[in-house]
Structures are given as C-alpha cells and as structure tokens.
Design a protein around this ligand. Structure first.
Ligand SMILES: [Zn+2]
Ligand SMILES: [Zn+2]
Ligand SMILES: [Zn+2]
Ligand SMILES: [Zn+2]
Ligand SMILES: [Zn+2]
Length: 391
C-alpha cells in the first residue's frame, strides 16, 4: 500500500516511517490509524487480508446515501441468485430424469431384444418339434369338403340327365343325409351336404352310379407361397432350388411325396429373385408358421401367394392380355383408349361399372381398374382362395 497522498486527510500531518496508517479502499485517501479511530494493528490486518477493507467516512456516507438503491440492487441480486439456484436444482433434477429415462429405454430395448431372441428360439424349437411330429405322422387325414361332384363320363350327357339319375338312385331321407343344395355344373351336378353326411352320400352314390359317373370331391389347388429375395444364383435351376430348400429346412423326412413341393415360377427383380413354390397343405402350414426358409446363403421370408390374372388390354380379371378378346379399356377412366392416351381426370373402374350394369348392382366405381381395393378384385381373390386347400 504505497502512499500516494502525502498527508493525513484528518490531521493534515505528514506520515513518518513509523506512522501506522490505513487507506480508503474507494478513494485511496490515507489516515493515521489513530485518526481513523483504529488500533495500529489494523494496518497489518488490512495489508494481509485481501478480503477485508476499510473505507473513509465520506466514502462510507456516500454509500449510505445511495443505500436504498444499493439495498434494492442487493435484494435483486439475492433473488437472482435464488433463481439461479432453483434453476440449478431443476436442471439437476431434469438431468437425472433424462438419465433415468435413458436407462429405462436401454432396459426396455434390452428386454425387447431378449424377447425377440427367445421368440426366435421358440419359433425354431417349435419348427423342429413340428418337423419331428410331421415325420412321425403317417396316417393322412382326409381333407373333406362338403361338396360332392357327380360328373358324367360321357361329354354329351346333360346335367338334367345326371340330376334325374341321382334322384332315382338315392333318397336322402332313407340314408339320413342332409343336403344343403345342388347346382348344375359342366357334365353334371354339385351336391353340397353337411360334413357328417359326406361319407354316406359318397359311398351310396358311388355304389349305384359309379360305373356311369365319376363321383369326387372338387379338386382344390395346393397353396403357394412367395419366397422373397432369393439370391439369384440359387434360383438358376428349379431342381437345385427345391432340393436346396428341402435339405436346408429339414424337410427330407417330412415329405410324403416328391410332388408335395413344386417350383412354379420365378419373378426376376433387379438383384434378387422372388420364387413361387407350391406345396402340399401340411407343408404349407408347417412353413408358414415359421415364416421363412433357408435358401443357399440366406434366410428368405415367405408369404402366401395367390395371384389374380389381370388383363392389361381390357382390364378384365381372370385372363391375361395375350388371351384377351375384348376391347381396349383404360384402367383409369374406363374409356376406350390406352392408359398412355388418357386425357380424362375421371377415375372409374371398368370392371365394377360392367358389374353394376349386368347385375343391377351399385358397387362403388370411383377407383382405378388396377386398384387392389376394387371390390370385384377382392371378391375374385376370395374365390381363388376358396379353391385352395389350406389344410
Ligand atoms: Zn492524522
Ligand atoms: Zn475514501
Ligand atoms: Zn382382356
Ligand atoms: Zn382414360
Ligand atoms: Zn372395381
């Protein structure tokens, strides 16, 4: 504390070397300790302790004059400190909550991963068990349908003749068979009956009419599934592919006949290929339950495959353009032009429009003929599925 004012502010006397003095922290004036009413030892205390300071009376007074203002400022500062502290507490709390949530999510993720792993595991186990039990199952369950077809072996017999013969040969009341309906089909009739009556009906009809007519259940088609993204080299030869599937998926002992798994077609895409396979119902259920097949170097997912033929020329269902005999029809507006020539903003389905006209119906037509939501398309798809034996 080098003196830069030479005289004591109070007594105006000079300072000598031995003089004890204090200096005002604010205005730097110097006073003898005695003039400041302080003990001499204060000089050392004030020199040594940086956080203790002394102020001269005028400075002290000037502070008290603005005291209210300062006190207010201090209060504000206190409040601010309080706020900051509260914010800190809040932030800490939030932070810990975030960490908690984070932990929770990690745990949840772990739980999900475990679940998936165990599911994969049980699926695998289930598949193995199913393969085993399918291997042991030797008695083939008759896949009964409550429809019996009576068809003439002679093309020229009318279905009225067939009906007459059937009525003459059996009497439902005598046999106690419950028949729900009969309908005419090409060269014969179809008899819809209750499941419990099927065997009796079939054996009696076969006994009395078997020589002249064929008496059979309608042949349902085997189900097909699509194997997605088969690596192209596996799809090169159908035999290799099927063989590959049989071996990699433990099907060798399950197959009851070689015909139970058939390659149908492959649908080439950019890199990989989708492959359509037809299988017997028991195989279909076994494999669809698992949802995938090992094919070559890959696990490929499988989905049910039923395709409605759609004509690109007339937009009709059930045939392809190469077999089409109808007029060109726009799939968007139902006009007699190709899609690329279409200038209409109207959206109208030709199939539903024709259906409404023919059957005096009122199904919605405000969709494209190519829509998968088209009610006629859906209906057609359902009919196709009814013809498939899902076991
Ligand atoms: Zn003095
Ligand atoms: Zn001062
Ligand atoms: Zn067509
Ligand atoms: Zn058009
Ligand atoms: Zn439609």
């Amino acid at each position: 504390m080098a003196p830069d004012v030479d005289v004591c502010k109070k007594c105006a006397d000079n300072f000598v070397v031995s003089s004890k003095f204090v200096q005002c922290k604010v205005c730097n004036v110097k006073l003898h300790t005695s003039c400041a009413s302080l003990k001499d030892s204060w000089q050392k205390v004030l020199t040594d302790c940086k956080n203790i300071f002394w102020m001269c009376d005028p400075c002290k007074n000037s502070f008290s004059v603005g005291g209210n203002e300062n006190r207010a400022a201090v209060e504000i500062l206190k409040k601010e400190i309080e706020c900051v502290n509260r914010e800190k507490t809040l932030t800490d709390k939030l932070l810990s909550e975030v960490q908690y949530t984070n932990e929770l999510q990690k745990a949840l993720l772990k739980q999900l991963e475990d679940k998936i792993a165990s599911l994969e595991n049980t699926k695998h186990l289930k598949y193995n068990e199913a393969v085993k039990s399918a291997t042991q199952m030797s008695v083939k369950k008759r896949e009964s349908t409550p429809v019996l077809l009576v068809k003439s072996k002679n093309d020229r017999t009318s279905n009225d003749d067939v009906m007459k013969d059937v009525i003459q040969s059996i009497n439902p009341a005598d046999l106690n068979v419950c028949i729900s309906a009969t309908r005419k089909i090409k060269n014969g009739i179809a008899i819809h009956c209750e499941t419990k009556s099927f065997d009796v009906l079939k054996s009696n009809l076969s006994a009395s009419l078997g020589k002249k007519y064929s008496i059979n259940e309608p042949q349902k088609l085997n189900p097909r599934f699509l194997i997605s993204d088969v690596p192209s080299k596996c799809g090169d030869s159908p035999e290799v592919l099927v063989n590959n599937i049989v071996l990699l998926n433990d099907l060798a002992n399950v197959l009851k006949s070689e015909d139970d798994i058939k390659f149908i077609t492959k649908l080439n895409r950019l890199q990989d290929t989708d492959v359509v396979i037809e299988v017997a119902p028991y195989l279909y259920n076994l494999l669809m339950q698992r949802g995938f097949l090992y094919v070559g170097w890959k696990k490929c997912y499988i989905t049910d495959y039923v395709r409605v033929k759609r004509c690109f020329k007339c937009c009709g269902l059930g045939h392809l353009d190469k077999d089409c005999t109808a007029q060109v029809c726009c799939p968007k507006c139902c006009g007699d032009h190709k899609l690329k020539e279409c200038k209409s903003d109207c959206i109208k389905c030709s199939n539903c429009t024709n259906y409404n006209k023919s059957f005096k119906q009122n199904v919605p037509t405000d969709h494209k003929a190519t829509s998968f939501d088209c009610p006629l398309y859906k209906n057609y798809l359902d009919k196709l599925k009814q013809n498939i034996n899902y076991g």
